[in-house]
Design a binder for this molecule. Sequence first.
Ligand SMILES: Cc1ncc(C[n+]2csc(CCOP(=O)(O)OP(=O)(O)O)c2C)c(N)n1
Ligand SMILES: [Mg+2]
Length: 344
Amino acid sequence: MARKPAASKPAPSNTSKDELLKFYRDMLLIRRFEEKAGQLYGMGLIGGFCHLYIGQEAVVVGLEACAKEGDKRITSYRDHGHMLACGMDPRGVMAELTGREGGYSKGKGGSMHMFSREKHFYGGHGIVAAQVPLGAGLAFADKYLGNDNVTFTYFGDGAANQGQVYESYNMAELWDLPVIFVIENNQYAMGTSVKRSTKSTTLFGRGEAFGIPGEQVDGMDVLAVKAAGEKAVAHCRAGKGPYILEIMTYRYRGHSMSDPAKYRTREEVQKMRDERDAIENVRELLLQGKHATEDELKAVDKEIKDIVNDAAEFSKESPEPAAEELWTDIYAEELPQGSAEERA
Ligand SMILES: Cc1ncc(C[n+]2csc(CCOP(=O)(O)OP(=O)(O)O)c2C)c(N)n1
Ligand SMILES: [Mg+2]
């Protein structure tokens, strides 16, 4: 009797072959996009601030897998990955980076200031932790309107030491707001390590004083992020108030494009890339489990490369905004009309 071919390894229990492929694709899109942004910056096509998300891709991709239509997201200046993960157009994001008319803010905002009402993406904020109370406010609006939307409010380990975070925790728990406070603990705030800046380093535990549950999650494992995200989302949707996820991650590049990188060794970065990389982890799961062949993954790589090259071309060809644009988008030109539901 002919032997059956060896069965392929099933996908880990909380995912599927298709989802693993989607995670691979979505994380790779962020990485290649950011690499291209780094190149364009080096060529002088991007000016001003530019903070890359390379290394942290699994955080936002894992959490986006838990989101439904209507959910909101808000983050800091390290924001390109969040935009791509929620489905914003790579062309519009790249063209904003190069300061062109085709960008999400017509080229007037740049890296840290892009928004999409359609995708419920509320920025892009340059002031450390400023987005945290805003995120609680977005969740307040949903609670007020009586829907079951959740707001993902992302901030860093450095931001976690800001006073306004704790004011937000207090109000969010007091009013049972459906907000997930996502601490992206990449271990550094500019050139300062968590160990140098922070006495108690279990940042998720700081919600305890307010009665907010929290947990620490391996941010280099997209499936672990998704599993924790599902728990947090279920908590919020059930009307039980906020939840804190401290996601342990790592940025491979400097804080921004101008970073002397004197605060950590090359070896530390290389070790993380070699041993923990989230994209490599998913790639291995796909190949070892025979859910995809090398050729299929190569085709995904090519597809992503084409999308990113297209975005880069668009961002070079799109014209600079006209001088008259200096006078637009400053004040609301029309007052919002209609009921609260229509305005939301
Ligand atoms: C209120 C305020 N203080 C200081 C700065 C300067 N600054 C910009 S980013 C940053 C570090 C924040 O680190 P973290 O919250 O860990 O986020 P990461 O950059 O690691 O994503 C600082 C101090 C700022 N932008 N706003
Ligand atoms: Mg940090």
